[in-house]
Each structure stands twice: as structure tokens, then as C-alpha cells.
Design a protein around this ligand. Structure first.
Ligand SMILES: [Zn+2]
Length: 494
């Protein structure tokens, strides 16, 4: 009896042990599977996001090349004396109208292609029942607002009546097939862009958090330690005027994946020092032969035309030659090379964001994965020269020398997000866009975490940060890059 009981007792203990071990094993398996699931989802999102950025940048390159070809067609028509003067006018008007439409249609082809790339890429890499990526409600709403705004406020031009309606319709067509990707370096017509005040810097909020990277303030002040401290000590609640900001969309470019072109109504003679030789050089490099040569350019008077605009790379968008961008000066701005900090470049560049909620098998949490990627159309001029070498540079506030758009874009590469210009990013981050609205109205919204942060910041947070910097003044925390201390450490993580 006792032996039997004792055996039963032992069996019971064994049973409990087995149950316990099984439970532990199950927990381990679920955890491992959660990690596997997350990693797989992340990998899929990364691949999809990179594909989206490349697709959009590819279309930017195609668009710029086509606009460049149309500049050449403009030149050819102007110099072709076999054409009746009235026909010549019609041809050039037609050419320019096409270029103006392309600057909108091309980037939206990029948006469409990026959406398809993300959707298809995600599906192709899927296994099991989880085959589809849902459309993103935040991106959808941003596109809807942009479309509605364009319809109301994007005005006609001489050659394009109904420009706003047409652009809105193009956006709606893209939307009809689903928004899966956000354009993070958009210049939305529906948004006033970003202002100059430090509160418009997204990195400011990271730095202002309880344990934020205080050294960012030194970087913001050009590594001037004393300036950073006095700025922090002087920070008060900003006025409406401090937070007012100018509209930044030019009206010549699509708000999403815009290519940074501008049509000038100034004659070329007022823009470039030697317009005739520049035009002759461009024609030689890209086409050659009749009807364009030095004599025909001179006799056509094309450099004094004010009726027909030419399409330029907009220097106000900080266009740079890609040769100048890479830190190591080898002309390669690929995935792994860093751009020099001074080349906070906009130009034609596609920064995309993809986001997806992933539930775990254990059901305890839902993770929101976000992946941002940037790509840029690249190439070189026919003779290997840099754009700025051949056409001069933007002198800061006038059109002294401006680069004409030429068909020079040959390939597309993923580039570092740092090259996009932090101020221009996060335009598809719905929560960030909402906060920009709070700033512009200078009204704190209690539901917005960044507004709440500002209240704490002004209520002693800034003073505490100044104190911290003062204490660490001798730790070389504010040394510029290359001399130890902090580096190009803008927080682009999500
Ligand atoms: Zn806010």
C-alpha cells in the first residue's frame, strides 16, 4: 500500500515536472517564434522599402532626362530656320507644356511604381497565410489632403490650364490602387513645410527628451559650446511670429518625389555668363549636328527670348553635383558612403517610409515596424564634368548662373538618409505632420506627446540641459566630427 502510494507520489512528481518542462519549452518556442516572426517581417519590410525608394528615384531620373531632352528640343526648334516663325512658336510652346506636365506626371509615376514595388515585394517574400500588406491609413490620408488642396489652390499657368485639377486627378489615380509607401521628403502643397525655429527640427525632440542626447544642441549651434549654452538658457515660449513659416512648394514640381526643377522666364542672357557657348557645348555633348551650331544660336536670338522658359535644376533646392557629396570624394554615393555634412542635399532624391503592425504569436504585443530608405538618380555629364563646373553655381540669392536640365541621369542608387537633409524628412509621418500644424497655430495640443514635451522643456527642461552642457564643457562632448566627440548622429531611427 505504502509502496503503491509512494510510487503514485513519484509518478505525480514526474508528471508535474513534465508539465512544467513542456510549459517552459512552449514559452521558449513561442518566444523564439516571435523573434523569428519579427525578424522575418522586418527583413520583408526592409526589402520592400528599399525597392520602393529605388523605383521612385528611377522615375525621377527618367523625368529629369525627358525634361533635359525637351530643353534640347526647345533649342533645336529655336535654331531651325526651315520652320515658319509661327510654327516655331507653336513647337516651342508644345515642348514647354510637355516639360511642365512631366515635372508632375513623372514623380507620380514614381509614387505609383514605389507602391507597386512595396506591395509586390512584400507578397513575393511572404510565406504562410500572411501574404498581403495592408494599405496605410496615414499615407492615404496625406495623399487625400494633398489632392484636395491641389484642386483648390494649385493655380493655372500660361501653358497649363486646369493644372490643379489634373494633378489632383493623377494623385487620386495613384490612390485608387492603394497607398503602401510614404514619401518622406515630400514638399506637400497642403503643408507649409518647415520653419526656421528649432521646434521645427525633429531631432530637437529626441535631444529634449529626459535622457536625450544633449550634445545635439552643440551641433545645432555649429559646435559652438558657449553659443549652445546661452541659447538653451534663453529659450522661452515662442511667439506666433517665431513659428510663422513660409510656403516652400514652388508650383513647378510635384509635391511628392518632386525633381527640383524650375522654369525661368528670364532670358538665358541674364542667367548665364556665356549662354551661347554653354548652349553650343550642351548640343555637342548630347546631340551634335544640325540645326544647332554657333551661328544658328547667335542668329536665332534664343538667348534673349523671354517668351519661352527653360527648365533649370532649382538651386534653391540645394542641388549639388553628386561628385561633391561623398565624404571620401570618390564620386560614389552608394549605400555605405556618408555624405559630407555640408551637403544637406535635397535635389531629386526619394526618401520613402514603409510601416506595418506585426502581432506576435504570444499575442501580448503588437510591434509597429517602420523602415525608411533613400535613393537618388545619379550620372555624369557627357564629358565627365560636374553640373556646377559647366553651368556655374547658385550664388545664394540670385540666378547668376544656373544649370539647365540635361539628360545626364544614368542610374539609381540607395543613398544615406543623411544626404536628404533632416529638415526635409518625415513628411509622411502623420503624427509629426500633426505636430507641425500645432506649431504653426502656436497652440499646444494635450493629446500630442511633442506638445507635452515642449511644456516640460520650457518649464525648466532647457535650463537643465544648459546646466548639463556647462558641466561637461571640458569633456570634448561638442567637438566637431573628425576631432573626436560626436559625429553625424542625427537620430533617424524610429
Ligand atoms: Zn503637437
Amino acid at each position: 500500500m505504502n509502496r503503491s502510494l509512494s510510487r503514485k507520489g513519484r509518478e505525480g512528481q514526474t508528471f508535474i515536472l513534465v508539465v512544467l518542462m513542456t510549459a517552459i519549452l512552449v514559452i521558449l518556442l513561442v518566444t523564439a517564434f516571435d523573434i523569428f516572426l519579427s525578424t522575418r517581417q522586418k527583413a520583408r519590410l526592409i526589402t520592400a522599402g528599399d525597392a520602393g525608394a529605388l523605383a521612385a528615384a528611377h522615375w525621377q531620373g527618367v523625368t529629369l532626362n525627358l525634361i533635359g531632352e525637351l530643353n534640347l528640343a526647345h533649342l533645336a526648334a529655336a535654331c531651325d530656320y526651315r520652320l515658319d516663325p509661327a510654327d516655331r512658336t507653336n513647337v516651342i510652346d508644345g515642348v514647354n507644356a510637355l516639360a511642365e506636365r512631366l515635372a508632375f506626371a513623372g514623380p507620380l509615376m514614381g509614387l505609383y511604381a514605389a507602391n507597386r514595388a512595396v506591395e509586390e515585394n512584400y507578397r513575393e517574400n511572404a510565406q504562410g497565410p500572411d501574404q498581403t500588406i495592408p494599405t496605410d491609413s496615414g499615407f492615404t490620408r496625406i495623399l487625400q489632403e494633398e489632392s484636395a488642396f491641389a484642386r483648390l489652390h494649385l493655380g493655372d499657368t500660361t501653358l497649363w490650364t486646369g493644372k490643379g485639377d489634373d494633378y489632383a486627378r493623377m494623385l487620386e489615380n495613384v490612390l485608387a490602387d492603394g497607398a503602401y509607401v510614404g514619401c518622406d521628403n515630400a514638399r506637400l502643397f497642403s503643408s507649409d513645410g518647415t520653419g526656421d525655429h528649432i521646434y521645427y527640427r525633429r531631432e530637437f525632440y529626441n535631444a529634449a527628451e529626459a535622457n536625450g542626447p544633449r550634445t545635439w544642441f552643440c551641433r545645432y549651434c555649429g559646435y559652438d559650446h558657449a553659443k549652445a549654452i546661452s541659447m538653451l538658457r534663453g529659450m522661452r515660449k515662442p511667439t506666433d511670429e517665431d513659428l510663422a513659416c513660409a510656403k516652400r512648394s514652388s508650383g513647378w514640381n510635384a509635391g511628392l518625389f518632386g525633381v527640383g526643377v524650375r522654369a525661368s522666364d528670364l532670358p538665358l542672357a541674364d542667367i548665364t555668363a556665356n549662354p551661347e557657348s554653354v548652349l553650343e557645348q550642351i548640343w555637342e555633348d548630347y546631340v551634335g549636328g544640325l540645326p544647332v551650331d554657333a551661328v544658328s544660336i547667335r542668329t536665332s536670338g534664343v538667348v534673349f527670348d523671354t517668351h519661352f522658359p527653360w527648365f533649370f535644376l532649382d538651386q534653391q533646392n540645394l542641388w549639388r553635383s553628386w561628385h561633391e557629396l561623398a565624404e571620401n570624394d570618390d564620386g560614389q554615393l552608394a549605400l555605405l558612403s556618408k555624405p559630407k555634412p555640408q551637403y544637406d542635399v535635397y535635389g531629386a532624391m526619394a526618401a520613402v517610409r514603409v510601416a506595418r503592425d506585426v502581432g506576435t504569436l504570444s499575442g501580448t504585443t503588437t510591434n509597429n515596424f517602420v523602415w525608411m530608405a533613400a535613393a537618388k538618380p545619379l550620372g555624369s555629364l557627357a564629358n565627365g564634368e560636374r553640373v556646377t563646373d559647366l553651368f556655374g553655381i547658385w550664388n545664394g540669392d540670385s540666378w547668376a548662373d544656373a544649370p539647365l536640365v540635361v539628360p545626364a541621369f544614368a542610374f539609381t542608387r540607395l543613398v544615406s538618409l543623411g544626404g536628404v537633409g533632416a529638415n526635409n524628412l518625415y513628411q509622411s509621418d502623420a503624427a509629426w505632420l500633426a505636430h507641425l500644424e500645432h506649431l504653426r497655430n502656436n497652440q499646444r495640443n494635450p493629446g500630442c506627446s511633442r506638445c507635452r514635451l515642449l511644456d516640460t522643456w520650457e518649464d525648466g527642461g532647457a535650463a537643465a540641459a544648459a546646466e548639463w552642457l556647462q558641466e561637461h564643457a571640458h569633456d570634448e562632448v561638442c567637438a566637431p566630427p573628425g576631432k573626436g566627440g560626436i559625429h553625424d548622429d542625427d537620430d533617424f531611427a524610429n
